[in-house]
Design a binder for this molecule. Structure first.
Ligand code: URA
Ligand code: CA
Length: 439
């Protein structure tokens, strides 16, 4: 096989075979296929697309470019949940212990934050003592004993994806649905779960700002799952404003504890309940969605979901007192309010700007080397649709010093759009895509 012929074949719009895709990915991972040929191939894929079979082949070639976690020592169906990334997305912190308390094992690998989106690993590490650098063995043992563990993504998974993503980033070939879908699914599959619930976000704070694109990405990932025998369901959900009220690491742990106590913001609870219901169904824990939602609600009301969060924190070296007393979390020196300059309603919010503001305060990373300050971020008071008084508080800025707070306050103020009339209510979940919906 010659890379030149395969690039030409793709450029002319023909489908590559399983062997051809494997060859390209293997050679590229080894370093024997140069970046310029892979870049040309990515550009050809960007323009010509890929068939469902090609996309599945590309995914599995990337899976096999590195280590594949063997979770067979964990009893029962292992269901993973993945979000394409949003602002203030606190779901994993709530969902992992909640689903575990329903008897379904959650073996979750998570990433760190970059840019305007935060990472679950950074959030959990704001709990004093919490460790995410588990060995594979510790990870598996913890899931067997308490059914929930969250560890950092190991570098050994899907190395081909790491190389390709870096190349796409500098060759204007990130925005290709088959390339994005195979990139995400390869990392998920390599992490060893049997099934996946995907939360594909859409709106200004999301990677896929447009609903059609988010839907196309969701369908492509569900199709990959079907082709490689991993049960996969996707929800397309709203990221036109941040999720919940907290944006920032310790602030989001605080929000997760409140949610597990039954006092969380409605949009966060609603999304966690919907995703959890899908996880219970994929794991065959319940016969139908109503039964699954009822079980979830029973475990929330009984306090078992919250208790399980405590057990997970203790198992990973953290101070489990946090589930009863969040004042043990790091607290910002400076907390200042952002107030409305007119009465009316919140008619829009810019989640991208709010995410970037939290990042600039120190809640996230502008580069891989940035230092995280767990205590900083934004605590929203108002969301889209809420009424506001003239001078009423819209949000609190948690900062390390007054200068940073002053800049952040201005940005938050601009990120809120106020108007005279309440806007029409928007759904939080736009679509559910299961394998049955594909044909
Ligand atoms: N996230 C990924 O993991 N891969 C992509 O290609 C794009 C977003
Ligand atoms: Ca949140």
């Amino acid at each position: 096989m010659r890379a030149y012929d395969l690039i030409l074949k793709k450029r002319q719009g023909h489908a590559l075979s399983t062997e051809e895709i494997q060859y390209l990915i293997e050679e590229y991972t080894k370093g024997s296929l140069p970046d310029y040929q892979m870049a040309a191939l990515c550009m050809a894929i960007y323009f010509q697309g890929m068939s469902e079979a090609e996309t599945a082949d590309l995914t599995m070639s990337m899976v096999h470019s590195g280590e594949v976690l063997d979770l067979s020592a964990i009893e029962g169906a292992k269901i993973d949940k993945h979000s394409t990334g949003g602002v203030g997305d606190t779901t994993t912190l709530v969902l992992a212990p909640w689903v575990a308390s329903c008897g379904v094992p959650v073996a979750k690998m998570s990433g760190r934050g970059l840019g305007h989106t935060g990472g679950t690993i950074d959030k959990l590490e704001s709990i004093p003592g919490f460790r995410t650098d588990l060995t594979n063995n510790q990870f598996i043992q913890q899931v067997n004993s308490i059914k929930a563990a969250v560890m950092g993504q190991t570098a050994a998974l899907a190395p081909a994806d790491k190389l390709l993503y870096a190349l796409r980033d500098v060759t204007a070939t990130v925005e290709s649905i088959p390339l994005i879908a195979s990139s995400i699914m390869s990392k998920k599959i390599a992490a060893g779960a049997d099934g996946f619930v995907l939360d594909v976000k859409t709106g200004r704070g999301a990677f896929m700002a447009q609903l059609d694109d988010a839907q196309a990405l969701a369908r492509t990932m569900v199709a990959i799952g079907r082709n490689v025998s991993r049960r996969t369901v996707a929800l397309v959900t709203d990221m036109s404003q941040p999720l919940g009220l907290a944006i920032g690491n310790a602030l989001e742990v605080n929000e997760a504890v409140a949610a597990l106590q039954g006092n969380g913001p409605n949009d966060l609870l609603e999304l966690c309940l919907a995703l959890g219901t899908e996880m219970l169904l994929l794991a065959d824990r319940c016969a139908d969605a109503d039964e699954a939602a009822d079980l979830m609600m029973a475990k929330l009301r009984s306090g078992e979901a919250l208790e399980r969060f405590g057990a997970m924190i203790a198992a990973q070296g953290g101070d489990a007192k946090v589930i009863a007393d969040t004042s043990i979390l790091p607290q910002a020196e400076i907390v200042e309010s952002v107030t409305a300059s007119q009465a009316g309603f919140v008619i829009g919010m810019d989640p991208l700007e709010l995410g970037l503001t939290a990042m600039t305060l120190g809640a996230g990373r502008s580069t891989k080397e940035s230092v995280i300050y767990p205590e900083v971020g934004l605590q929203l008071v108002k969301k889209v649709g809420d009424a506001v008084q003239d001078g009423g508080v819209l949000a609190y800025v948690h900062a390390r010093d007054r200068d940073a707070a002053a800049v952040a306050k201005q940005r938050v103020n601009r990120a809120f759009e106020l108007g005279d009339k309440a806007p029409a209510q928007q759904p939080h979940i736009f679509a559910r895509i299961s394998p049955e919906d594909l044909d």
